[in-house]
Design a protein around this ligand. Structure first.
Ligand SMILES: [Zn+2]
Length: 590
């Protein structure tokens, strides 16, 4: 983090309103001195996520996540610190100087190298498409699908020539062959030189929210199989967490306050060209919770396109569960059988497609209507319907939506609302019908274990917070801690903070970057809590913490002495016993 000056980091932190930044992802309500809401990092139904505007910290008492506004952005957008800094600086209008080169020209991080390899590949493929004879056939193909040059360029389309080892040579020349192998752009069988993975394919660069190329999709122009191949998972690319077209669509999503979700690259591109610029694709998989959470940051109004046939209707019901799990009520738009979004918009026009999107209804409404139909059957059937409905309702995280839907469901199906509510709560998230296929869900967020802390660890943490927040306490703490040179726990860090004359705002960020995830969680819990609100109170706490540390240390020494008293010689035992007595006397004096 030395790449930018402390003053810039401080400026960004002071200008970025933590409540506003977090508020874009979490519905926050004021509660006493803090703001609270549902944690975006784990599933919950009652708010345990707290933001202190005053102190510029957030903390979740459910999963232990916490930190400054930088930690929040890093975590929710999956960014490194410099990336989060840049992103926040952009958002609050701070101009950052270009990052200084590390002295001695240290090699750029692995991530940067991988990004560079992908960028090189994208440029190589685009060059082949537009400027070479190999590009003639794919240019003709794009023309036949009605994709203009302007559109193709906006999506950075390219072509991977059929002759092998073209890209391999280009990457090798730039020292990026290793990165190319890691990204799956190149392959190497035993002893063979690396060769191109994508050959004779129209190339779709997949970019992340920052606009960096993180992967590729490649489509054949003829009837060869497989029709599409995609980059494998890599340190840059996780299929389940990526949506195609997000960079191109983001401004339009914000403007229209909605996002249209389709399946394929060509669908996104065709709709973009037809004026539906708020379109993204799920990369051919069924939707994942992460993809929806990503989109949910920009709009809550998500409309997923499904085939209008029976299989499509079924797919929409699976998607409903994933939507609810992501804390969203999705809409479904059904494309008439025989069409996909691309062919529909080309053959029937933008207006026809627009009408289908407008007609999209809440998936949960559609689900309830279907269940109401089924509930007309036998008693048995009705009981099964009630159970299914309760199970789906149990996944609705927002209490207001839950309330509304429970009422609606009770009326539609004709079962007691109270029964439905209690069944739904009993089931809750996680319980799934035996027959319903579990939706594609990534590994659940692992809650950070908040270890039961000893008094000593708690005291160290408290001293660290006080030293950070109250420069006037630093000398006092340093003097008391300076007498011994215990080098474990947080003490070395506390001493460093005490020796510093930096302001709390920038010091806090430096300290957070040095802590483990668990320690960050413990520290943020203190930061959003009621302690340390003024210097006088904090000074009083310093005394308590020092006594706690002292007691802890003495107990350790006493235990050691007692062991000596038992195992040592008579003289040693006598000396140890005397030392324990002295130590006890010392303790009573406090
Ligand atoms: Zn949480």
């Amino acid at each position: 983090m030395a790449r930018y000056g402390q003053d810039k980091i401080e400026e960004v932190r002071s200008r970025a309103d933590i409540v506003e930044i977090i508020g874009a992802h979490v519905r926050l309500r004021r509660s006493g001195r803090n703001f609270t809401g549902l944690c975006p990092f784990h599933d919950e139904k009652t708010p345990s996520f707290s933001v202190s505007a005053e102190r510029g910290f957030f903390h979740c008492f459910g999963c232990g996540a916490g930190g400054t506004v930088f930690d929040f952005v890093m975590r929710i957008e999956g960014l490194t610190f410099p990336e989060a800094l840049q992103s926040l600086a952009r958002r609050c209008g701070v101009t950052l100087p270009p990052p200084e080169n590390e002295p001695g020209g240290a090699p750029a991080g692995e991530r940067d190298t991988l990004v560079k390899a992908n960028q090189t590949a994208a440029e190589f493929y685009a060059h082949v498409l537009w400027n070479t004879a190999d590009g003639a056939a794919p240019r003709e193909y794009l023309h036949s699908r009605g994709i203009t040059v302007e559109t193709a360029r906006a999506f950075m389309l390219g072509f991977a020539p059929a002759r092998p080892a073209n890209l391999a040579a280009a990457l090798h020349k730039r020292g990026l062959a290793e990165a190319g192998l890691k990204l799956g752009l190149l392959r190497s069988d035993d002893r063979s030189a690396p060769y191109d993975m994508f050959r004779g394919r129209l190339m779709f660069p997949i970019r992340d929210v920052q606009g960096r190329v993180i992967a590729f999709g490649g489509r054949v122009l003829d009837s060869r199989l497989p029709k599409y191949i995609n980059s494998p998972e890599s340190p840059l690319y996780s299929k389940a967490r990526t949506v195609y077209g997000i960079v191109e669509a983001r401004p339009a999503i914000a403007k229209a306050d909605r996002a249209i979700i389709v399946e394929g690259y060509i669908d996104v591109i065709a709709l973009w060209q037809a004026g539906f610029k708020e379109t993204v694709a799920s990369l051919g998989t069924s939707l994942t919770v992460e993809q929806l959470r990503l989109l949910g940051r920009y709009t809550k109004n998500l409309i997923a396109c499904f085939d209008g046939d029976a299989a499509g209707r079924k797919a929409s019901m699976r998607a409903l569960e994933v939507f609810l799990e992501a804390g969203l009520l999705g809409r479904g738009a059904f494309i008439p059988p025989g069409f996909d979004p691309d062919t529909l918009v080309r053959q029937r026009g933008a207006q026809a497609f627009g009408e289908i999107i407008e007609a999209g209804e809440l998936l949960v409404d559609y689900f309830l209507r279907e269940q109401a139909e089924a509930a007309r059957g036998s008693m048995d059937e009705r009981a099964r319907v009630a159970e299914r409905v309760a199970q789906i309702l149990g996944k609705v995280a927002n209490p207001f939506e839950f309330d509304l839907l429970a009422r609606k469901a009770a009326t539609l199906i004709g079962i007691g609302e109270e029964l439905l509510r209690s069944e739904a709560r009993k089931g809750g998230a996680g319980r799934r019908g035996v027959n319903s296929r579990p939706p594609e869900v990534s590994a659940p967020v692992k809650p950070i274990a908040i270890a039961p802390q000893g008094a000593a660890a708690q005291a160290e943490l408290g001293l660290l917070v006080i030293a950070m927040r109250w420069p006037e306490c630093r000398r006092l703490i340093a003097a008391q801690l300076g007498l011994d040179d215990i080098s474990d726990g947080l003490r070395p860090l506390i001493k460093e903070v005490c020796a510093s004359d930096e302001a709390p705002a920038s010091l806090e960020i430096a300290v957070m970057s040095r802590l483990t995830e668990q320690e960050r969680g413990q520290l943020s819990a203190l930061m959003v809590g009621p302690l340390f609100s003024d210097a006088a109170q904090s000074i009083a706490l310093v005394e308590d913490y020092l006594i706690a540390l002292d007691t802890h240390q003495r107990r350790g020494q006493e235990a050691e002495l007692r062991r000596t008293a038992v195992t040592g010689t008579i003289e040693e035992g006598a000396a140890a016993a005397q030392a324990v007595i002295t130590s006890r006397r010392e303790a009573r004096r406090h």
